[in-house]
Design a protein around this ligand. Sequence first.
Ligand SMILES: Cc1cc2nc3c(=O)[nH]c(=O)nc-3n(C[C@H](O)[C@H](O)[C@H](O)COP(=O)(O)OP(=O)(O)OC[C@H]3O[C@@H](n4cnc5c(N)ncnc54)[C@H](O)[C@@H]3O)c2cc1C
Length: 439
Amino acid sequence: MHHDVIVLGAGLAGLSAARDLAAAGTDVLVLEARDRVGGRVEQTRTSDGRTVQLGGEVVGRGHTAYLRLAGELGLKPVPSYVEEPGRITRATPEGRSAGEPPHWFGPGDAALHERLGAEFAALAATVDPDDPWSHPDAAVLDRLSVADWLRSQEATPGVVRLWDIGQLALAGGSYERISLLAALRKSAAVPGSGTGDYDYDDWEGLRLEAGSATLAEVMGRELGPRIRLGSPVAALTIRPGRSAVRLVTGEVLTAGAVISALPAGPLRSVAVSGVSEARLASLYRQRHATAAKFAAVYERPFWRDSGLNGLSECEGVLGSTWPQSEGVLSALIPPERYGVLLGTPPHRRTPELLGEMAALFGDEALRPTDCHLRLWGTDPWTQGYVTQWPPGEVMAVGPLHGTHEPPFYVCGSDQWVAGYMEGAVRTGRAAAEEALSRG
Ligand SMILES: Cc1cc2nc3c(=O)[nH]c(=O)nc-3n(C[C@H](O)[C@H](O)[C@H](O)COP(=O)(O)OP(=O)(O)OC[C@H]3O[C@@H](n4cnc5c(N)ncnc54)[C@H](O)[C@@H]3O)c2cc1C
């Protein structure tokens, strides 16, 4: 069967690309390995009608491509957990504190933290997120980890720890192993009003009222028979005019152009020919942070009783918690703890995670009505969570990042600065536009 364009993967990137191609009258087919659309966005519903997000969940006011698409689909953004009243909880092996400052801060740490946030923001303003390689000090900034940069600016161990516990909470990889250039690029991609390395309103202040996975479900319904579920791709042969896509079943389909919307890990398992060695080396170099998500559903938001907002940053197996909706707590297990989780006997995982939540918010945390643990890091069709950029990786992946080699196009959150649903939608629509412009 021949099509104008074949899109690989029905995550937000592949769906956004296919939707624009279909709207322009293109004969497009989406091939998806799983038996559902959405990829790293997935939701389930509780018996009382609440949606529970098991993957991508919140966006921010800086996520313009995502918000525009949601608007086109009639999906309403509402404030996320950032509006929840109460204090944040921080938990480390030696203690726990609610609100600011964290319990390990010493005299002068708060002012130092603020100064370094301003310095980071000023440095980020010198980086072009679309072309970080053009920065005069690109290689130097890329070699340095964020933690090493903090220490070079005379950060105390207490301040480095606050920055790093924030990274544990985001589960994108410890700042001891993240490139400063990558962190600056990410910050520059969503320039906001805040200082510091990550402004929560710009990145996480909103969620879709109907549930973030609804965005994928709606696009999936619109595209209907243009999507083939349960169709893992095994090989690609890219040729001008007629490229071939082979499924694991051996079936071969052809197309004028191919758009890969696959995550970095699964793409490495697809045999690709007809694409330059330099491009493949760049694509294969990209890597993910491995993480898991845990969601616990309660009858009520009991953490409010103690003046807490359900938000936490922790150094346990859990790296963070936050309220995803009324009575539902989300949590992330970061890459540094993912091995510990896998090493825990499966029947002990949920009780132990609930135990950590109880240490944060009290014993009512032990009595959820429902729990979901999603091991994204070892899911064969994701093999990770969001893009991770260790020192040296921005230069190693290089300026081919996120670019195309027609008739082979790439999109997906990994092709943006640092993953996220914004990256999926932004690059998906850009890939469709580029393919359309070339006829
Ligand atoms: C736990 C978790 C929490 C997150 N939280 C947030 C958040 O709050 N906010 C945010 O903005 N982002 C968040 N993200 C990130 C965000 O969800 C992703 O970056 C985004 O959804 C990725 O979209 P994508 O289309 O690029 O890739 P994916 O969604 O991974 O889609 C790729 C698709 O390709 C398919 N596929 C893989 N291999 C093959 C193959 N061989 N053949 C055919 N199909 C294949 C997969 O099944 C999948 O459907 C989170 C991610 C996770 C996992």
